[in-house]
Design a protein around this ligand. Structure first.
Ligand code: FAS
Ligand code: PHB
Length: 393
């Protein structure tokens, strides 16, 4: 069996794995990244669209801030709409921060390009990835590629392999505790080469279901509508999608809507999920491998980045100063932030979506939540602080 050696073996070449590898490299720490998908498949994924300030700072530190600032759109607020009533959340006025609209697809492309340019070993299209000896001093990761079995000997394994990855499974069932809520609906998203309907994002509650108007640039729009969890994309023609979106965002907004052909259309399931602990021996989970949030709060990608900022700080302190304190505290530090993001994402999802089993009282509570936010600067500030990103510990 072929043997490779590195300091940190990273499973997953999504935003978490790529950013971790780059931040470690900046401090002279070597890593190898494994991914079961091809580079093309990874770079074709359409996912998040909103970056917190902390995420922008981390990407600048990783040396991929140029295109982000050249093409990204700084946003100072967004619109909450509830059955036609509107309330703007003034992020800049309430928090002094902005968010950056820049697609995760572009973040991933920028990070892969930089990692490869710096000679990082990213091994795509691997199979049968297996963490081994994770509680030993020298854990290993085995995989196969082109029929050959390879073993990577390392000091640490970073499980950045997403919700469906293998790293979380390396934590024994009697130690791993998971928490989950699956929502009774999904998000049907489309991309179209048309200017966005408004300058800022619109999160809309409507009796027929939730809708979100977002964007990727001044000429490319991203729209979502809540759909049944069992819906099939084939059930949704472009015309049916646009007609439904118009109803949910209301005529006043929709008169600015430019319909166009969708060039990406997909349905994403919604769930809240947390796995504890995020560390077992020399295995560390980061990003979707450890937690999932419904995208209503725009937290998924940003949580992955904050995990990586905490993990890279811990690993760097260990290698430079042989101080393992941050490593020991990694899971607890991340989880305090994760649970606050889970709460915010659950709150936004509960207020804005139609739940088939909601009683009339619960529907009144949804409206009351909106009215409380619209009527209280304190409540609006709390929402804005969570959306813009809570401070890193
Ligand atoms: P990722 O899932 O991005 O990356 C994991 C990587 O690990 C993948 O490249 C995968 O191929 C690889 N992998 C998996 N198993 C492996 C194995 N066994 N061996 C080797 N490699 C393996 N977040 C938002 O903030 N806003 C959104 O609108 C939004 N929309 C989303 C839509 C969808 C359909 C999904 C699935 C997620 C969405 N998210 C959104 C969340 C998303 O952005 C994640 O938070 C983000 O991708 C997390 O990054 P990673 O943790 O790196 O995981
Ligand atoms: C997106 O643009 O894809 C997007 C933006 C904000 C969200 C979710 C998705 O809350």
């Amino acid at each position: 069996m072929k043997i490779k050696k590195t300091q940190v073996c990273i499973i997953g070449s999504g935003p978490a794995g790529l950013l971790l590898s780059q931040l470690l490299h900046n401090e002279g720490i070597d890593s190898i990244i494994l991914d079961r998908q091809t580079r093309e498949r990874i770079e074709a994924r359409i996912r998040a669209g909103v970056l917190e300030t902390g995420t922008v700072e981390a990407l600048e530190e990783a040396g991929v801030g140029d295109r982000l600032h050249a093409e990204g759109l700084p946003h100072s607020g967004f619109d909450l709409s509830f059955n036609g009533d509107h309330h703007r959340i003034d992020i800049a006025g309430l928090t002094g921060k902005q968010v950056m609209v820049y697609g995760q697809t572009e973040v991933t492309k920028d990070l892969i390009k930089r990692r490869l340019a710096q000679g990082c070993e990213i091994i795509f299209s691997v199979n049968n990835v297996e963490p081994h000896d994770v509680i030993q001093a020298k854990p290993k990761v085995r995989y196969t590629k082109d029929g050959e079995t390879v073993e990577i000997e390392c000091d640490f394994i970073a499980g950045c392999d997403g919700f469906h990855g293998v790293a979380r499974q390396a934590i024994p069932a009697d130690i791993l505790k998971t928490y989950e809520r699956v929502y009774p609906f999904g998000w049907l998203g489309v991309l179209t080469e048309r200017p966005p309907v408004a300058e800022e994002l619109i999160y809309a509650h409507h009796e027929r279901g939730f809708a979100l108007c977002s964007m990727r640039s001044k000429t490319r729009s991203r729209y979502y509508i809540q759909c049944a969890a069992e819906d099939d994309v084939a059930d949704w023609s472009d015309d049916r999608f646009w007609d439904e979106l118009v109803i949910r965002i209301g005529e006043d907004t929709a008169k600015h809507l430019l319909r166009g052909p969708s060039f990406e259309k997909s349905i994403a399931p919604l769930r809240s999920f947390v796995a504890e602990p995020m560390r077992y021996g020399n295995l560390f989970l980061a990003g979707d491998a450890a937690h999932i949030v419904p995208p209503t709060g725009a937290k998924g990608l940003n949580l992955a980045v904050s995990d990586v900022r905490i993990l890279s700080r811990a690993l760097i302190d260990f290698y430079k100063n042989r101080n393992a304190t941050y490593l020991e505290n990694y899971s607890a530090t991340c989880l305090r932030r994760v649970w606050k993001a889970e709460r915010f994402s659950w709150f936004m999802s509960t207020m804005l979506h139609q739940f088939p089993d909601f009683s009339p009282f619960e529907k009144k509570m949804q409206r009351a939540e909106f009215d409380h936010i619209a009527g209280s600067e304190t409540a609006s500030r709390s929402l804005a602080e969570n959306y813009a990103g809570l401070p890193l510990e």
